[in-house]
Design a protein around this ligand. Structure first.
Ligand SMILES: Cc1cc2nc3c(=O)[nH]c(=O)nc-3n(C[C@H](O)[C@H](O)[C@H](O)COP(=O)(O)OP(=O)(O)OC[C@H]3O[C@@H](n4cnc5c(N)ncnc54)[C@H](O)[C@@H]3O)c2cc1C
Length: 339
């Protein structure tokens, strides 16, 4: 195994939220595999710069490329490059001490927007609102703990493009958000109002049913009982339209998306501006090309067929790669059922 970082375990080490140490149990299994005696691990070796893919090929019978997804998926809206607009890779990298991440996070801001509807968006929301003592039992570094102690963040607005039945939050992570000490979670009842699509999805999938129930519990809370100093506003059916500001983030403009009751959404053009000083974009990671290997920019993958790299697909141009691969998929495969 060759690893570019000084330590192994990839995003299990540098991606999982440190306040949920139980999810890191997988580290023990990975460690057991590494010390079993039939693996050699070389850290601080970057394939493509330190050692080429061709070097590897000439030394081994097979080379498996498992370099993960290192970069944030792009969000193509005006203002995305303003100071204070950060991708998840930087935010998560900071609290997980990734060697490539910035040394500071934007914790001197009071209002933050998080764009994204998955569990990582919830991680990135929880961390600046965590109480330092709750992090003491975890493996976060002293620097990160010290940063969180002085966090000024008082409100986080999470914006999810889709509705409650299609958000990617797991019920467990949603409940954990509601249990964060000193934090109230606010959901607008209109965002979780019943419709045909929600009814269908909650009947089909237990985890969707549990997630929708949890979101409705947040929406049902009596506002007089919301007394915490800090708040998370979870907005569903809202997509980011523009990050506003003069040199730095001052607000996020979001467009309401209208569900049609069948699981489809259309942008309504009804926009609202939220005053925030930082925007965290948490919309997924993408793979990056590796020198010496073809790359399909359209799919964000190394072109492959039956798990083997498609050698002649050297083109980095999206169209022909996609066309050729689609064509290959249409060809009958040996032994396949051709009816
Ligand atoms: C922020 C975040 C939170 C997550 N939380 C959870 C969770 O709670 N539960 C869960 O089940 N999953 C979670 N996931 C998903 C999980 O981390 C990934 O599915 C898993 O780590 C993917 O494993 P991998 O080996 O494919 O890639 P990675 O874990 O990314 O490992 C790839 C490794 O390759 C190395 N590498 C890259 N390029 C090179 C190169 N050129 N030369 C040598 N080495 C290289 C990288 O440094 C890295 O160590 C999370 C993901 C993210 C991003």
């Amino acid at each position: 195994m060759f690893e570019r970082l000084p330590t192994p375990y990839g995003l299990v080490r540098y991606g999982l939220a440190p306040d949920h140490p139980e999810t890191e149990a997988i580290l023990h299994s990975l460690h057991a595999m590494l010390v079993a005696g039939n693996t050699r691990l070389f850290c601080n070796v970057e394939i493509a710069t330190g050692l080429s893919v061709d070097d590897q090929r000439s030394s081994y019978a097979a080379v498996i490329i498992a370099t993960g997804a290192l970069r944030d998926a792009p969000l193509d809206i005006p203002g995305v490059d303003l100071s204070g607009s950060l991708g998840a890779a930087d935010s998560v990298g900071w609290y997980d001490d990734h060697p490539d991440a910035p040394q500071h996070w934007l914790l001197h801001t009071e209002s933050v927007a998080v764009i994204g509807g998955g569990n990582v968006a919830l991680d990135v929301t929880r961390m600046p609102l965590s109480e330092a003592q709750s992090l003491q039992a975890t493996d976060v570094s002293d620097e990160v703990q010290a940063g969180i102690v002085v966090s000024l963040v008082r409100e986080v607005h999470i914006f999810v493009r889709r509705g409650p039945a299609d958000a990617r939050f797991s019920p467990k992570e949603l409940r954990a958000l509601g249990e964060l000490p000193g934090v109230d979670v606010v959901v607008d009842a209109a965002d979780v109002a019943p419709d045909r699509h929600i009814a269908r999805m909650t009947k089909q999938l237990v985890h969707t049913q549990l997630a929708v129930e949890t979101l409705r519990t947040f929406a049902d809370a009596i506002s007089a009982e919301r007394t915490a100093q800090r708040r998370v506003y979870l907005h569903l059916c809202r997509q980011p339209a523009e990050i506003l500001g003069d040199g730095k983030v001052e607000a996020l403009r979001v467009d309401r998306t209208d569900p049609d009751g069948y699981g489809h959404l259309t942008a309504s053009g009804v926009c609202t501006d939220y005053t925030v000083q930082a925007v965290y974009r948490v919309i997924g990671y993408v793979c990056t090309p590796l020198a010496g290997l073809p790359f399909d920019h359209g799919r964000g993958t190394v072109p492959h067929r039956s798990a083997a790299v498609v050698e002649r697909e050297r083109s980095t141009d999206r169209g022909p790669v996609r066309d050729r691969m689609d064509e290959e998929r249409r060809l009958p495969q040996p032994g396949s059922d051709q009816r």
